[in-house]
Design a protein around this ligand. Structure first.
Ligand code: IMP
Ligand code: MG
Length: 173
């Protein structure tokens, strides 16, 4: 294991998830809500979030990857796995692990909006607003973190460390 330190503990993640779930359960009471998890990173937060909700929801996933050079986000997103069903008329809540430049979610929000959903909103457990390249309305904003590369709770470094229960900063990459 590389040297790492905990930036956001599992207890803080759980408390924030419960707080967001309460708001979402209230806001979508009586509505047909579809949670769309953004793979792969969003899988862990989505599984915790949906169990904390007190309303009935459907769950789907989308998998995306940025085109070209990983370090320069172009805003062009390639869909590796699309959602399975027609989402026309549904209330869609996109569930993300971390918003960084905002390019991925801007793309996904536009994509879903074009499919004539009843509404499209965004929920993220972590946010690095200081890194934003495009303005983005985050409807359910989790924990704000500084501009550091983090791993754990779904987030990877070269596909590893997604299973760490806390969000950690690697001291040496
Ligand atoms: P963006 O908002 O389009 O720049 O993309 C955000 C996505 O990039 C996140 O959902 C993560 O999957 C990934 N990402 C951004 N920052 C980090 C990080 O610090 N660690 C791991 N993945 C990250
Ligand atoms: Mg992600």
């Amino acid at each position: 294991m590389p040297k790492m330190s905990v930036l956001v503990s599992r207890e803080e993640l759980q408390a924030k998830t419960e707080e967001l779930a309460k708001r979402i359960s209230k806001d979508y009471e009586g509505k047909d809500l579809l949670l769309v998890g953004v793979l792969k990173g969003g899988f862990m937060f989505l599984s915790d979030l949906c169990r904390a909700l007190t309303i009935d929801v459907s769950v789907d996933f989308i998998s995306v990857s940025s085109y070209g050079n990983q370090t320069v986000s172009s805003g062009v997103v390639r869909i590796l796995k699309d959602i399975d069903y027609d989402i026309t008329g549904k209330h869609v809540l996109i569930v993300e692990d971390l918003i960084d430049t905002g390019l991925t979610l801007t793309y996904l929000k536009d994509l879903f909006t074009a499919k004539h959903c009843a509404s499209v909103k965004i929920c993220t457990i972590l946010d690095k607003p200081s890194r934003r390249k495009v303005p983005l309305d985050v409807d359910y904003q989790g924990i704000i973190i500084p501009d550091k590369f983090v791993i754990g709770y779904g987030l990877d470094y070269a596909e590893r460390y997604r299973n760490l229960p806390d969000v950690c900063v690697m001291e040496e990459l």
